[in-house]
Write a protein that binds this ligand. Structure first.
Ligand SMILES: Cc1ncc(COP(=O)(O)O)c(C=O)c1O
Length: 434
């Protein structure tokens, strides 16, 4: 199918169904299933059906429209890599940035394309124009990727990094407590508050908009060069929650597209506000900002114009077929409806928490409240190491995980491609284990 035909179908909102011709037809569609139903959605994945894949927080399985787009570009690149790239790179890479911008409600000139959350967080934080003595505030609950990026940033710039706990017990965390702890820890030299939207160890979702509002009050008293900026590892809210960049109120939003969004593996984005772009600095030469190349050709040194998403996008040749298939992932989520995605994820996560709470020896760590949680459900089994519980579940064909945090929990991640039946299967397996 030609790209223009794909675009037309996408515009009509039926791409994911109609693109099927010639490819494996999902059962729900073959049987006249309801396009847009959860069963139809599950049929778009080639996931092994004997396994409960509660792994959306790790690595995506490509849904059919994404697979097909990758395959189409891969074939064309294999046939004629140089000319296919020359003819399509500008347009398709811009389309990927455009799709991400539309999804986040931000102009695509504020969006950088990355390989992953890790690359986005690392690029943005280690490139910040911090001054010696500047202060960066993060939390003890943040992930390695944020902590290590900030450590490197501090090493380069002479800024100091502080980590504060956001709660005593995550089960009892509240919006008020989180916002208060953050704002009370801000100092006159604090230039960055670096947070994670949904914590990958406990599943706690931060009230980001409320934190941003509180920081706006702090900033109202400050000169422009002393403002506190808000950075977010957003990966476990991205493709789950129905919140745009402006609603969150952050300055840096970094996320991989290869988890909850079901985008191509090895893709990610970083979105930056105006003042975020002003404080950030690229670290890897861009191939998508012509002004940088022109300045180099003319031996002008620094390129004209300010920082931008394209300028922050690392250059070099890439697995282009994956980047160029990104719009299909955003289109699929839009086709399903972002509100529905969020609601469904919360319904399934809530059902799982209820099922786990009813089991003896199981302590659910993730708050039950949907305003403080998303799709990650974390829990402990008394007397069992989280890795042992993960192994027991995997031996029963249930994919759970535990991450390398100082204190680990077991994590299950119901997403829109899971079902109520799978939640029952997980609960039954855990009943055997505990
Ligand atoms: C909070 C958090 N940030 C970043 C990552 C890494 O994401 P990526 O694979 O997109 O770099 C993970 C886990 O995979 C995570 O849990």
């Amino acid at each position: 199918m030609s790209l223009s035909r794909r675009a037309i179908l996408k515009a009509s909102g039926v791409a994911a169904v109609t693109v099927a011709s010639g490819a494996r037809v999902p059962e729900a569609v073959a049987q006249g299933g309801d396009p847009g139903s959860w069963e139809w959605l599950r049929g778009l994945f080639d996931l092994s059906p004997d396994t409960v894949h509660m792994s959306s927080m790790l690595l995506a399985s490509h849904p059919r429209p994404v697979r097909e787009a990758i395959e189409e570009h891969r074939r064309a690149l294999d046939a004629d890599p140089v000319r296919y790239l020359a003819r399509n790179d500008n347009r398709l890479t811009a389309a990927a940035r455009q799709a991400a911008g539309e999804y986040l409600g931000i102009h695509s000139s504020h969006v950088a394309l990355t390989d992953s959350t890790t690359m986005g967080v690392g690029l943005v934080y280690t490139g910040l124009k911090l001054r010696p003595g500047d202060d960066v505030l993060t939390t003890t609950e943040d992930y390695y990727v944020t902590h290590e990026s900030l450590r490197l940033a501090a090493e380069r710039t002479g800024a100091a990094v502080r980590k504060i706990p956001l709660f005593e017990r995550v089960e009892e965390a509240s919006e008020d407590e989180i916002v208060t702890r953050i704002v009370e820890a801000v100092r006159p030299r604090t230039r960055l508050v670096a947070l994670t939207w949904v914590h990958s160890n406990t599943g706690l979702k931060l009230p980001v908009a409320a934190v941003a509002a509180a920081l706006r009050e702090v900033n109202a008293e400050r000169d422009e060069e002393d403002q506190v900026l808000l950075g977010l590892d957003a990966v476990h809210g991205f493709g789950v929650e129905d919140a745009r960049f402006a609603e969150l109120g952050c300055d840096f939003f970094m996320a991989g597209c290869h988890k909850w969004l079901f985008g191509p593996r090895g893709t990610g984005i970083a979105a930056l506000s105006d003042r975020g772009l002003a404080l950030a600095r690229p670290s890897i030469p861009s191939f998508t900002d012509d002004a940088v190349f022109s300045a180099w050709l003319q031996e002008d040194g620094a390129p004209p114009g300010g920082n931008s998403g394209p300028r922050m996008t690392p250059g070099g040749f890439k697995p282009f077929e994956h980047i160029w298939a990104l719009p299909e992932a955003f289109a699929l989520h839009s086709q399903i409806g972002r509100e529905r995605v969020a609601e469904r994820t919360h319904v399934l996560a809530g059902a799982l928490k209820d099922a786990l709470s009813g089991l003896p020896n199981v302590a659910v760590r993730t708050p039950r409240d949907a305003s403080l949680s998303a799709g990650i459900v974390s829990f402990d089994v008394e007397g069992a190491h989280p890795e042992a519980v993960v192994s027991s579940l995997r031996s029963r064909n249930i994919i759970a995980s535990a991450a390398p945090y100082a204190v680990q929990h077991v994590r299950l991640t119901p997403s829109i491609r899971n079902s109520e039946g799978e939640i029952e299967r997980v609960a039954a397996a855990l009943r055997e284990i505990v």
